[in-house]
Design a protein around this ligand. Structure first.
Ligand code: IVH
Length: 674
């Protein structure tokens, strides 16, 4: 019996940890919040009943990531307990009634905005930092990216000496759609939902990319306040926030009693699909601060507030076939092809099935009627099979058999969930090559989709580096390539060979290594060889704690466990080592700029670019500065040395002026560059 329970607890802990990591670190959850809460509850029940079998705290909800400085919260930053039905919600009211002596309860009911919680600290009225919840006591300092949100006031008049304002950072649905439309046009995979994209953006280390995505904030809560007792009610506090210029929801009345609060929840449920922000529920809080104090908290949740989660939209439809999608790295994702059905305002014809195990676990078969669900994400999920409607001839889905039928030679390694192609497909080879030649990699003019397709189809390119060795006679085999275009291509290739080291690193297409990481790696390792031969401790310091827990510390900011693993695994493949050899043979520059290449006055200085410069593009200006040894950041802070401002420069320029930072125009920058 005990052995059985032990195994159950172990399995549940593993499952909870996996989904927590998918949600919190990868921003790509595979199950709904409801399913996750159920897992956590089951685990808590078992561990409570068998305390001798319970393991250490799993740190659920802790969002701290590698590559960030951390800061303490002055007042703990709590989360909310969830309720899913009326009875649950009324039980919350009853508990409160008992604790506070029955009558006269006042509630505030607000939409639960689906984003990331943040705490904004103001000292003597001045905005000093933005910190994520982390473990509630200490979180990640995300001031750089949160500072990009213009709606946050920087200075508060007549403010308490210290104030922590709590709020939610989110992405408006229209901004989410804009960014996804861009991704679609570029042939890149779509972001799953606005919550994950907002969370990912807050934690982006690439400042320039962060600045391209517009985040919003709504403020709703009070953390530490010194002197204390300044505010009597939440309503009063919110009115003050509004007068200071914070974005708050001010269309909210005080509700007297739990019945009125329940009515307000119902009203929100009717309105929520028209909101410009993603929402997954309502939050109900006690209005009077004194009542809040008397109700108290657990270590995780206040007793004076609760979340009510709206049920996600669901529909039933027939799953006709299961198709297979192949990604850039060769990973195969099964997709349900459905009879089109209306769900949460749009027609749905496809749903992700994640991986082979998921299909087996839910025993999903072609021809089945399935329940699908859309909870915030754009890609719906198949929840379950409606067994009563299963056709008599439906057979269990044979994943490997289907791969074979489709001619996909795939396998899966170790604990990986996904099958991957053993050898790269035509599509993968083309996409790898296009990436290799793209503006953010080796920037080979004229080598786009159409040319890449021909190179692969003519078997001139297998690995992307092969493109560097294509001879003029071979280029002539391509459609439209005459003397002049061949000359241009050869000149383009010659230029590509002189480019900076980070471009060659980025061009390799190492999973999880984007442009910024490639630059950081180039700066740190200074040669491709040093990077390719890096051992684990060169990238990551592993520490074993007193209780045997393992933690990791980055050697290079922004290069955490996932990125390190990716790099090590990439270079452990002999094929990839051959790519590096081929790069060298082709004469590609594989060494970083020496310190001697830096320009005095620029080396080590931090620049921020804003507005449109008369002749220089953003990327060009950035390249010039970096070549001279400077750094380019996306947001203005005290550490900024120069702001280069062009036409239509906005808030960054204003901030630079406020902080008294040197402001240059293009001519000034050129002068500095010599
Ligand atoms: S009040 C101690 N109000 O939902 C009270 N939270 O699932 C803390 N959230 O941690 C929160 N909208 O990140 C509050 N109007 C709202 C909210 C809200 C979204 C988030 C917040 C919280 C999480 C709990």
């Amino acid at each position: 019996m005990s052995e059985n329970v032990r195994k159950q607890i172990q399995a549940l802990r593993k499952e909870v940890q996996k989904h927590e990591e998918l949600y919190r670190k990868k921003h790509a959850p595979e199950i709904s919040d409801f399913e996750f809460d159920k897992l956590v509850d089951r685990l808590a029940d078992l561990e409570r009943a068998h305390p001798h079998l319970a393991g250490p705290d799993l740190g659920i909800g802790d969002d701290k990531s590698e590559g960030f400085q951390q800061a303490d919260h002055k007042a703990p930053m709590l989360s909310l307990d969830n309720t899913y039905d009326e009875a649950d919600f009324r039980a919350f009211g009853e508990r409160l009634g008992k604790a506070l002596g029955g009558t006269g309860l006042e509630f505030i009911v607000e939409p639960k905005v689906d984003g990331v919680a943040v705490s904004l600290t103001f000292e003597k009225g001045k905005f000093v930092r933005a910190v994520t919840r982390g473990n509630g006591a200490r979180g990640d300092d995300v001031t750089a990216n949160v500072g990009l949100i213009r709606e946050i006031p920087r200075k508060l008049k007549r403010a308490p000496d210290l104030l922590e304002v709590r709020g939610e950072i989110y992405m408006e649905l229209s901004e989410f759609q804009r960014l996804n439309a861009e991704r679609e046009a570029a042939g890149e995979p779509l972001y799953a939902n606005p919550r994950n994209l907002a969370a990912g953006t807050v934690k982006l280390l690439d400042a320039e990319e962060a600045a391209r995505r517009r985040l919003s904030i709504v403020c709703y809560g009070l953390g530490a306040c010194e002197p204390a007792d300044v505010f009597g009610t939440l309503k009063e506090f919110k009115a003050k926030l509004k007068s200071w210029g914070f974005p708050v929801r001010d269309d909210i009345d005080v509700r007297h009693g739990i019945d009125a609060a329940w009515e307000a929840i119902q009203k929100l449920d009717k309105l929520r699909r028209g909101f410009p922000f993603p929402t997954d529920g309502a939050v109900v809080k006690v209005n009077r601060i004194e009542d809040q104090r008397r109700a108290g908290t657990t270590s995780k949740f206040p007793h004076w507030a609760v979340a009510f989660k709206f049920p996600p939209d669901q529909a039933e439809t027939i799953l006709r076939t299961i198709s297979m999608q192949v990604g850039r790295t060769g990973a195969i994702t099964p997709v349900a092809e459905l009879d089109p059905v209306l769900l949460a305002g749009s027609t749905v014809a496809r749903a992700t099935l994640h991986n082979a195990d998921e299909i087996a676990r839910k025993d999903i078969r072609e021809g089945d009627t399935v329940r699908i669900q859309k909870a915030g994400e754009i890609i719906p999920q198949v929840l379950s099979v409606v067994l009563e409607k299963r056709p008599a001839d439906a057979r269990p889905f044979d994943f490997e058999g289907r791969l074979k039928e489709l001619g996909l030679d795939a396998t899966r390694e170790g604990e990986e969930a996904a099958y991957r192609l053993r050898a790269p497909s035509r599509e993968m080879k083309i996409r790898r090559l296009v990436h290799f030649a793209s503006k953010q990699c080796l920037d080979i003019d004229g080598l786009g989709d159409a040319v890449a397709e021909q190179l692969v189809d003519l078997a001139l390119v297998d690995a992307p580096v092969d493109a560097l060795a294509v001879t003029p006679a071979q280029w002539r085999l391509l459609e439209g390539f005459k003397d002049k275009s061949v000359d241009n291509m050869m000149a383009g290739l010659a230029q590509a060979k002189q480019r900076e080291l980070w471009r060659a690193i980025h061009a390799l297409g190492i999973p999880n290594v984007g442009m910024q990481t490639a630059k950081d790696l180039a700066r740190h390792f200074r040669s491709m060889d040093a990077l390719a031969n890096a051992k684990k401790p060169d990238l990551l310091i592993t520490k074993v704690g007193k209780k045997g827990g393992v933690s990791h510390e980055s050697v290079i900011a922004g290069v955490g466990k996932e990125v390190s693993d990716s790099i090590l695994s990439f270079f452990s493949d002999p094929n990839h080592r051959d790519w590096v050899k081929a790069m060298r043979k082709a004469g590609l520059n594989l060494i970083g700029a020496s310190a001697g290449g830096s320009v005095e006055g620029i080396a080590g200085k931090t620049f921020v670019l804003t507005g449109t410069l008369p002749t220089l593009g953003r990327d060009e200006a950035r390249d010039l500065i970096e070549k001279a040894g400077g750094k380019v950041s996306g947001s203005v802070s005290k550490k900024t040395n120069y702001v280069v401002a062009g036409e239509e420069a906005g808030s960054k320029l204003t901030k630079a002026q406020e902080l008294g930072i040197a402001i240059l125009d293009e001519a000034g920058l050129r002068a500095l560059l010599g």
